[in-house]
Design a protein around this ligand. Structure first.
Ligand code: GLA
Length: 370
């Protein structure tokens, strides 16, 4: 095989936000928007990378000259290649051409889609036999080392492991996972894109991670066996972190501890088709992300507030890392067109910005197209 074309999708996350790097649970699914790449073997050791959507390219001379580029799009690819090179040698160089319809900065994991497409494609084309969990970890490492975001494993996992019409409950501590069909008869998942791409997203993300670790350290004074916020409870938090002297750490930990518990309870709601209860938990997650974890922004808050009392909307919340991007909404299908129209108008009046929306369909994770 000389050439391969693969597709790796972006993702939604139904609930379980900022829990993955705290060893908690997440409930993502892969969506119809995806990165598509073609990799072709070369007769030499060079790598020619092409971003078709940007009409930009980068030529890398040899495996020895792989390094961070000033082209950000290329770093997602180079970051993954480097992880492979750490493990084994490629027999030849290759060309990579990439295109994607995952909107950038919308909280749909456009970067993970690229990383996973590259990881999945290289593994297949060169017959390397690396299993999908390791591919996810390699893609995550690329994000850490080449994009500077200390992300958890959710996005890369969802992009590689997604299944059509199924959501997956992932335990980020054990990496055990469980699929179940998403039954939303009469309801549609709609993403409302604020169009806000906050410059602080990556630095604040890394700060949240550190704040959680600081909380864990405070708890470990009394509970040395506690490894992550997954092992904590609200009563441990109350015993070990003083809300008056350390309000920030207290609030961050409170949100995460509650969200881990909420994700498990919400999963049960979803499995038993208790959409109303599930939706209430989505709103509660938003409240926590906004007030305690402080990763929302006025535009996201506005969109959630606007649907809160609408009977057609079961649940809504900001989704992903935050500071911009999308809200995820579960909406009665027959009310969806009118709701979208109403919100688009409201959003423009209140913010002067154009609201984009995406109707979600749940699709397969990374796969070979040809
Ligand atoms: C980003 C990260 C994920 C996860 C979410 C928040 O998408 O890449 O690992 O932490 O934010 O849930």
């Amino acid at each position: 095989m000389q050439s391969i074309t693969v597709k790796a999708p972006g993702r939604i996350n139904l609930i379980g936000e900022h829990t993955d790097y705290n060893n908690g649970f997440v409930l993502p699914a892969a969506i119809q928007k995806a990165a598509t790449i073609t990799i072709t073997k070369r007769g030499d050791d060079q790598m020619h990378l092409k971003a078709l959507d940007l009409n930009d390219e980068l030529l890398i001379d040899s495996f020895a000259s792989l390094q961070k580029s000033n082209k950000q799009w290329a770093n997602y690819i180079i970051g993954v290649i480097v992880q492979f090179v750490k493990k084994q040698k490629f027999s030849t160089g290759f060309n990579i051409a990439i295109t994607s319809d995952v909107p950038i900065g919308a909280g749909l994991s456009s970067s993970a889609a690229i990383e996973c497409a590259v990881a999945y494609g290289l593994n297949e084309l060169f017959g390397l036999g690396i299993d999908k969990i390791d591919l996810a970890l390699m893609a995550q490492k690329a994000e850490h080392e080449f994009a500077g975001v200390q992300c958890g494993i959710m996005d890369q996992f969802a992009s590689l492991f997604g299944k059509k019409d199924q959501v997956v409950l992932l335990d980020c501590q054990s990496m055990e996972y469980q699929y179940f069909p998403l039954q939303l008869e009469g309801f549609t998942i709609i993403l409302l894109d604020t169009g806000v791409k906050h410059a602080l997203a990556s630095s604040e993300y890394n700060t949240r991670r550190k704040e959680c670790e600081a909380g864990v350290q405070m708890m470990q004074v009394k509970y040395p066996a506690l490894v992550s916020l997954r092992d904590a409870t609200i009563s441990i938090l109350n015993e070990t972190v003083d809300a008056n002297t350390n309000p920030l750490i207290y609030n961050r930990c409170k949100y995460v501890i509650e969200e881990i518990e909420r994700t498990l309870a919400a999963t049960e709601d979803l499995k038993s088709n208790q959409l109303l209860d599930f939706g209430k938990k989505m709103f509660a997650t938003h409240e926590g992300l906004s007030k305690l974890y402080e990763v929302s922004c006025p535009e996201l808050d506005l969109l959630v507030e606007a649907v809160k009392d609408k009977p057609a909307v079961m649940g809504a919340r900001m989704m992903g890392g935050g500071f911009g991007g999308c809200t995820i909404n579960i909406v009665a299908s027959n009310a969806a067109p009118q709701l979208i129209e109403e919100l688009t108008q409201l959003y423009e009046v209140k913010t002067g910005k154009q609201l984009q929306h995406y109707i979600v369909s749940i699709e397969e994770g990374a796969n070979v197209i040809k």
